[in-house]
Design a protein around this ligand. Structure first.
Ligand SMILES: C[S@@+](CC[C@H](N)C(=O)[O-])C[C@H]1O[C@@H](n2cnc3c(N)ncnc32)[C@H](O)[C@@H]1O
Length: 281
């Protein structure tokens, strides 16, 4: 942060603390480091667009009443939604070379795979999986696969469901051949093909709150979200993830994330340059 980036509003330390506690209570997100700057840069535009004024006015409103819809907007604004198609590449290489071939063979009797992209942000992760299915596993066309994609933010889910991406978004991680094959260009933006868009069940879900009933999963992608949580929350989520995963299923975390020291019932398996996690047998 540069000195000129210091918060410009008249937000008091108590107001900042109120937001930090609200974000922790509602989303389990621990705001760290430059948190005043983060709150200021994300909530000043929100306060303005809502016609509220400043963050101090926003906090005054929230203190007076709970305003669930306003709380939601604050949470949407405070989440970090960075993502990209085929993010980090190597987990997708492991899925293509080993994990999918193995699970497809194991499920050849029931002809069904369940995959969950937890914390899917704007949808690039589940859409990458669907493109991989189309491009490399055509035999899955006759299967009854279920791709669930969830996030706490209804803003990112609205964008994910629309399946419309800007050039800068498709240029990050998506090979040109797949762009041409799976997207249509409309008014300077890229719209994912309808059959891919419709094949994903996007739903709002807070990983730190009560989980609705969801099917047992063959693969759970829980990437780049646990970094925002405290250890107790990570443990709780990993324990539930364990119960949600089939005995021979795979858990895939972000590059800097691990189950180590948090949930011993998972063991680490190396596939190429990727670490994935399985139920210890
Ligand atoms: C950095 S993005 C990661 C997106 C994708 N998984 C990836 O790796 O590219 C983190 C996402 O986690 C979501 N998130 C944060 N807290 C959450 C919670 N408590 N429950 C569910 N999703 C949450 C955010 O809204 C955001 O879209």
């Amino acid at each position: 942060m540069f000195p000129t980036d210091t918060p410009s509003s008249n937000t008091s330390p108590e107001d900042f603390r109120y937001i930090v506690e609200l974000v922790l209570k509602e989303a389990a997100i621990v705001l760290e480091g430059e948190k005043d700057y983060l709150v200021d840069s994300r909530l000043t535009p929100l306060a303005k667009s809502e016609g509220i004024g400043t963050i101090a006015d926003l906090v005054r409103l929230l203190r007076r009443d709970s305003y669930p819809s306003l709380v939601k907007k604050v949470i949407n604004a405070m989440t970090t939604n960075a993502t990209s198609f085929f993010r980090d590449a190597h987990p997708f290489r492991a899925l293509q070379s080993d994990i999918f071939p193995e699970l497809i063979a194991a499920r050849s009797d029931i002809r069904a795979l369940n995959i969950w992209s937890a914390a899917c942000s704007t949808g690039q992760e589940p859409y990458s999986i669907m493109m991989m299915f189309k491009d490399h596993f055509p035999q899955l066309a006759g299967w009854t696969n279920y791709i669930l994609a969830t996030d706490i933010s209804n803003d990112v889910l609205d964008k994910a469901k629309a399946g419309v991406f800007r050039a800068i978004e498709v240029n990050r991680g998506l090979p040109a051949t797949q762009l041409i094959k799976h997207f249509n260009q409309v008014a300077g933006e890229w719209v994912i093909r309808e059959d891919i868009r419709r094949s994903i069940d996007f739903r709002e879900m807070n990983l730190a709150a009560h989980w609705p009933p969801i099917p047992q999963m063959d693969i759970i992608l829980l990437r780049n979200v646990m970094i925002y949580f405290a250890n107790d929350t990570k443990k709780l989520i990993l324990e539930r993830t364990l119960r949600q995963l089939r005995p021979d299923g795979y858990l895939i975390l972000g590059a800097s994330e691990t189950t180590f020291g948090l949930e011993d019932a998972f063991e680490q398996v190396t596939i190429g340059n990727t670490l994935v996690f399985r139920k210890r047998r």
